[in-house]
Design a protein around this ligand. Structure first.
Ligand code: NAG
Length: 294
C-alpha cells in the first residue's frame, strides 16, 4: 500500500516534469571572439543560485548550464584576464572582484556589456535584454531557442565599439599596450553627471532623455539598452525558451533561429503545455485509483 502510494507519487512527479513548461532552461554560452573570454554570472537577490558563477571560454568553445525556474540575473564576458604571482585572478574588463575565476556573487565592474534575464516573470514570460547602460566591453548576442510565446527576438550588440568609441568614453588597456582601446564607458561613468545617469533631477523616464552619448550606443546597437529608460526598444519577451549567448557574434549566426515565436503571442491564458500537464496528472490518478484501493 505504502509502496504503491510512493510509486504513484513518483509517477506523478515524472509526468509533471515531462509536461511542465516552467522547468529549468538551458543557457549555452559561446565564445566566437578570437581571444579568450571568461564568462561572469550573477544571480539577482532572492533567486535560485546557478551551478557556476564564472568559467573560461577559449575561442570557439561553448559551455551549457542549467538555469533554474524563475532565475533572474546577469551574464557578461570578462576580457584580458590573468592570474598574478600571488594567485589572484583579475580581468582588465568586466572584473567581478572575487580574485578567482568564479565570481561568487560579485558583479561586473563597468564598462561591461550585460545580458540581463528575468525568467518566468509577469504572465510566465521571460524578460531579457542586452544592456550598455554600464558601458560596453565586447559584442554580445542573445538568441532564444524553442520559445513558445512573446516575440522571442534576437537581441544584442553586434558592433565592435572598442575601435571607434568616442575618445572621452574610451578605456585603454592597463599594462604594456597602454593606448589600445579595450572598452567603451557610459557617459554616466565617464562624467558622473545626473543627466547621463538618470539620477537626481533626472530620475524619471520623463526627465531623463537620450543624449548624444546614449545615441552613439543606440545607433551602433539598436536593440540594446543605451540609457536607463530605454525600455521601449530594448526589452524582449519569450516563454519556455532556452538561450544562446554569444560573445563576438558574426552576422551569419545572428539570424533568428526559430519561427515559433509569434504563434502564441499575447495568448495570456493557460498554455497548452500546462493544460496538458494538469490533465495528464488527473488521468494518471484515475488509471491508478482501482489498484490503489486494493
Ligand atoms: C521583433 O522582430 C520583428 C522582426 O524583425 C520586428 O518586426 C519586431 O518589431 C521586433 N519586436 C520588438 C519588440 O522589437
Amino acid at each position: 500500500m505504502a509502496k504503491l502510494r510512493f510509486s504513484l507519487a513518483l509517477f506523478t512527479t515524472f509526468l509533471i516534469s515531462l509536461f511542465n513548461p516552467n522547468q529549468s532552461s538551458t543557457f549555452t554560452l559561446t565564445n566566437q571572439c578570437n581571444y579568450p573570454v571568461w564568462a561572469g554570472l550573477l544571480s539577482g537577490a532572492g533567486t535560485p543560485p546557478l551551478p557556476t558563477t564564472g568559467f573560461p571560454l577559449q575561442p570557439s568553445q561553448s559551455n551549457s548550464i542549467s538555469v533554474p525556474t524563475s532565475w533572474s540575473g546577469r551574464m557578461w564576458g570578462r576580457t584580458l584576464c590573468s592570474t598574478d604571482s600571488t594567485g589572484k585572478f583579475s580581468c582588465v574588463t568586466g572584473d567581478c572582484g572575487s580574485g578567482t575565476i568564479e565570481c561568487n556573487g560579485g558583479g561586473a565592474a563597468p564598462p561591461a556589456t550585460l545580458a540581463e534575464f528575468t525568467l518566468n516573470g509577469a504572465n510566465g514570460m521571460d524578460f531579457y535584454d542586452v544592456s550598455l547602460v554600464d558601458g560596453y566591453n565586447l559584442p554580445m548576442m542573445v538568441v532564444p531557442q524553442g520559445g513558445a510565446g512573446g516575440n522571442c527576438n534576437v537581441t544584442g550588440c553586434f558592433a565592435d565599439l572598442n575601435k571607434d568609441c568616442p575618445s572621452a568614453l574610451r578605456l585603454t588597456g592597463a599594462g604594456g599596450d597602454g593606448d589600445e582601446s579595450v572598452a567603451c564607458r557610459s557617459a554616466c561613468e565617464a562624467f558622473g553627471d545626473p543627466m547621463y545617469c538618470c539620477s537626481g533631477a533626472y530620475s524619471t523616464p520623463q526627465s531623463c532623455s537620450p543624449t548624444s552619448y546614449s545615441e552613439y550606443f543606440k545607433n551602433a546597437c539598436p536593440t540594446a539598452y543605451s540609457y536607463a529608460y530605454d525600455d521601449g526598444t530594448s526589452t524582449f519577451t519569450c516563454s519556455s525558451a532556452n538561450y544562446v549567448i554569444t560573445f563576438c557574434p558574426t552576422p551569419a549566426n545572428s539570424r533568428k533561429t526559430t519561427g515559433a515565436g509569434q504563434s502564441e503571442a499575447n495568448s495570456g491564458g493557460i498554455s497548452l503545455a500546462k493544460a496538458f500537464s494538469i490533465s495528464s496528472v488527473i488521468v494518471a490518478a484515475f488509471i491508478l485509483t482501482p489498484a490503489w484501493r486494493l
